[in-house]
Design a protein around this ligand. Structure first.
Ligand SMILES: *Cc1c(COP(=O)(O)O)cnc(C)c1O
Length: 399
């Protein structure tokens, strides 16, 4: 393993890194250390939803850096109260716990669900049902919750209390529910799993099953939240209220932060000392959250994501329909997948050479995640590069 300078790297080889060192970003654009410019259609994997270096967030974080960085959650943190108020005022949730990542937000959700059943209901229920192809994080509990075997290899033994059933298989889900089941945990678009939007009928059936059996519904909005899908939170598309939902990626424009949100009836399942995080909700992290949400609401970015997402899908359909390599174009808002007949890794590398960055979701799916300010001109540019690399690839294959 060598780094960009050709020296052997001192990092654990946990990532297959592209040979590009990005040094500057503004809006939809990134620059590398060779002066090459890239149109960014991945947003740090759904993180920089406001684009790179968004002015209002940058200003607010800079001002906070001059005032106070960290005090500990043993004190009142006004920014944390305000960030929580903004999140609850704009969702059906009533209480927030701040942490530092998506995995930790899901870990908090799992702990809250267990603790609610064990301390409040006295039922001893602990099991969480998740779905095949889901992704919930890399801690031991969240990788066990994740419905993909590749993240579990070599990490045995896994914690007890998790089951995955196939998505859209209501009979399998019903059969999995026992008197040990505490919660069902679900992404509304399985993002890492291939950009698979969950059917509305299935979501409503899951919600009904939760009500019928006294289970908590946990929605993992780590990737779908914060305007990405054309609503502030993806569950708004389905007209359902989760008992718990989790956020991270887009919540603070790139400052590492996560949040677990719950209904009022869950509040007392946690008490002082039952859960915590040294860095959760620091004055700086919560300044970044406040500025991100305020900007998102002021500029009506969820609606913009819906409009631009529709335009992107329409352009992709127009330019790619009939291509034998393209099997499906799907997604919600600005979380779009192009399912191809073959692995897409070469397409990613070829697009990088032509100045466009995107990622995959599983081996055969191109995943597009532009920032929510993306313009029609930028979409046109990206679509023409995507169409060109797919056409060239298909042409090579035929030869
Ligand atoms: C990225 C992601 C996570 C994990 O978030 P980290 O911040 O990497 O821990 C969990 N769930 C979903 C749906 C994600 O997309």
């Amino acid at each position: 393993m060598s780094n960009a300078a050709g020296q052997s790297s001192s990092l654990f080889p946990t990532y297959a890194r592209y040979p590009i060192s990005l040094v500057k970003g503004k809006g939809s654009w990134l620059w590398d250390d060779q002066g090459n410019q890239y149109l960014d259609f991945m947003s740090g994997i759904a993180v920089t939803n406001l684009g790179h270096a968004p002015e209002k967030v940058t200003a607010k974080v800079k001002a906070q850096l001059d005032e106070l960085w960290h005090v500990s959650n043993l004190f009142q943190i006004p920014n944390q109260e305000k960030a929580a108020m903004l999140l609850t005022a704009n969702s059906g949730a009533d209480a927030v716990f701040f942490c530092n990542s998506g995995a930790e937000a899901n870990e908090a959700a799992i702990k809250l669900a267990r603790r609610y059943h064990q301390k409040i209901k006295g039922s001893g229920r602990f099991e969480i049902i998740t779905f095949v192809q889901s992704f919930h994080g890399r801690t031991l509990a969240t990788l066990t919750a994740t419905g993909q075997d590749k993240v579990k290899e070599g990490f045995l033994p896994l914690p007890a209390g998790f089951k995955s059933v196939p998505l859209h298989d209501l009979d399998a889900l019903k059969a999995a529910i026992t008197d040990k089941t505490a919660a069902i945990m679900l992404e509304l678009v399985l993002a890492e799993g291939g950009v698979l939007p969950v059917e509305a009928d299935f979501v409503h059936a899951v919600k009904a099953l939760c009500e019928q059996h006294g289970l908590l519904l946990i929605i993992d909005e780590v990737q779908t939240g914060m305007g990405r899908t054309g609503k502030l939170f993806a569950h708004e598309h389905y007209g359902i209220q989760p008992d718990i939902f989790t956020l991270a990626k887009g919540i603070a424009s790139g400052f590492p932060t996560g949040a677990m949100l719950g209904k009022a009836f869950l509040r007392d399942a946690f008490s002082a000392g039952s859960h915590g995080s040294t860095f959760g909700g620091t004055p700086i992290a919560t300044a970044a959250i406040i500025a991100t949400i305020e900007t998102m609401l002021e500029d009506q970015l969820p609606q913009r994501a819906a409009d631009m997402g529709a335009y992107l899908k329409e352009q992709l359909t127009e330019k790619l329909s009939g291509n034998p390599h393209v099997k499906a174009i799907r997604g919600l808002g600005l979380l779009i997948g192009i399912e191809c007949a073959e692995p897409v890794n070469e397409l990613i590398l070829e697009a990088q050479k032509r100045g466009l960055l995107f990622i995959s979701a599983g081996p055969n799916v191109i995943r597009l995640l532009p920032n929510l300010y993306v313009t029609k001109e930028e979409i046109d540019q990206a679509v023409s590069i995507i169409a060109a690399v797919i056409h060239d690839y298909t042409a090579v294959k035929k030869d």
